[in-house]
Design a protein around this ligand. Structure first.
Ligand code: GDP
Length: 445
């Protein structure tokens, strides 16, 4: 994955700086230039990079840092903060649908961006969490759009509305929204057209659909591999409709990731999910800090991992996983996140002696990956409380039944997944003792 290359270059730049004997302006400049080169190669827009450099220089005034203060840490902290800021639109969180209260979410984006697939993934994600979603095809331009969404909806058993013979997308969208409001759907998703004869017509149509359906949220879907074009594209959409959130697709392919940074800047809206494959479940919630932590190379061996947390991330901003692990709570959420890492970005566990063999025995990689995907589908149907609890008592029969229903599995398989969780938690706890992590954790505090 190309994103991993960006991460590698960024952490190399930081590493070189921290290894320098004396930190002076030259070392800082070299480090910032190296970071700029890496970001440019990842398709981040030049203006964003120069703003970032300027902000870091402003924060890190080497002449003003009193002797005794750790310049390396201050620089690392500034780099981490600036990367997070680039992905953070600096606004309060955009609208998030509430279960049981009707919300209309409209999806916009160019044809081929993955919009229709993403509508279905978004609906499916919420359905598994207990929402009652519905899908509307208001793309009356592209032949095939109706059938594609209808088929996706049928696959995941989500109500669908569309009219293949109707040419007015506004009419279809309004009818669909009215129908699903009557049916008490709490998440009504409107897929719009992504192409027209003229681009102006596309934007005008989007504006009309938006005006007629009054969406609570407009999601801009962007192909993560489009590179430098991302900024202009995202801005053009933002100028036509009130984009409130971004979903970046195809992050599994040759996506360099930089487009996501640019889209955030252009739309002043956060990335809320990323698409990581064609399959319905290949869809992840996007969190800025863990993403940046990963970019900066939070992989590697365990001591390196803890070291990196110490070095790069300030105490009050330690990435959730690191924090929770150091505190000793191996929750289902951590297991889910680690499975994701292993499947997408390469594991940090893989470097931890003992653990990698447990998760992915040699020669059985395919089987292990399929198992992880199966378990992740089940975990996707868990509530936040279940994911964050490390108490086995919480998982009673009715909860297990609900998870089984939501994930299309049987209760025996859910029990098997929970057994696997307990097994890994036991191994983790033993390893933690042998690696004396509590002692390290105390040092950090
Ligand atoms: P639309 O024209 O914007 O509605 O795009 P579609 O939803 O039809 O998707 C275009 C192509 O991209 C299809 O082949 C999808 O399967 C594929 N696609 C969508 N999202 C992803 C993703 O996250 N990863 C990968 N690899 N392919 C995706």
């Amino acid at each position: 994955m190309v994103l991993a290359e960006l991460g590698g270059s960024l952490s190399k730049a930081i590493h070189r700086m921290t290894n320098a004997m004396i930190i002076d302006d030259k070392v800082l400049d070299d480090c910032l230039n190296e970071i700029a080169r890496a970001l440019l190669q990842a398709d981040v827009r030049f203006n964003l990079i120069s703003d970032m450099q300027a902000n870091i220089r402003k924060t890190v005034n080497l002449n003003d840092i009193a002797a005794g203060h750790n310049k390396r840490k201050i620089i690392q902290q500034a780099i981490f903060d600036e990367l997070c800021n680039m992905l953070n639109p600096g606004k309060p969180p955009c609208f998030t649908p509430k279960r049981g209260k009707t919300s209309v979410v409209m999806f916009v984006g160019l044809q081929g961006s993955g919009k229709t697939t993403t509508c279905s993934k978004y609906a499916h994600y919420h359905q598994k969490k207990g929402w009652n979603p519905a899908l509307i095809c208001a793309d009356t331009f592209r032949a095939g759009a109706f059938d594609q969404l209808k088929q996706n909806a049928a696959k995941v058993k989500i109500p669908f509305y569309g009219r293949p013979m109707e040419s007015d997308p506004v009419k279809v969208a309004v009818e669909g929204v009215e129908r699903f409001k009557k049916e008490n759907c709490d998440l009504i998703i409107v897929d719009t057209s992504g192409r027209h004869k003229q681009q102006a017509e596309l934007f005008e149509e989007m504006r009309q659909v938006s005006e007629a359906t009054k969406p609570d949220l407009v999601v801009f879907v962007m192909d993560g591999s489009i590179g430098q074009a991302a900024f202009e594209q995202a801005r053009a959409f933002k100028q036509s409709v009130a984009v409130g959130a971004v979903i970046v697709t195809k992050m599994d392919s040759h996506a360099k990731g930089g487009g996501a940074l640019s889209a955030v800047a252009a739309t002043e809206s956060p990335v809320i999910f990323i698409g990581t494959g064609e399959h319905m479940d290949e869809f992840q919630v996007f969190d800025v800090k863990p993403f940046v932590s990963r970019l900066l190379g939070m992989g590697g061996d365990l001591s390196g991992f803890i070291d990196k947390i110490n070095q790069v991330v300030p105490m009050d901003q330690k990435p959730e996983i690191g924090q929770k692990l150091l505190e000793g709570n191996f929750t289902l959420r951590i297991m889910h996140e680690q499975f994701q890492n292993i499947l997408k970005m390469g594991p940090f566990w893989a470097m931890v002696p003992g653990f990698s063999d447990e998760l992915m025995p040699k020669g059985r990689e395919k089987e292990s990956q399929a198992k992880m995907k199966r378990y992740m589908t089940m975990m996707d149907c868990m509530t936040d409380k279940e994911l964050d609890s490390s108490s086995p008592k919480l998982m009673n029969e009715s909860r297990m039944m609900r998870i089984a229903r939501g994930s299309g599995r049987n209760i025996r398989e859910v029990m098997e997944m929970l057994e696997e969780y307990k097994r890994l938690a036991r191994i983790w706890s033993k390893m933690k003792k042998s690696l004396k992590i509590p002692a390290l954790s105390r040092n950090m505090n």
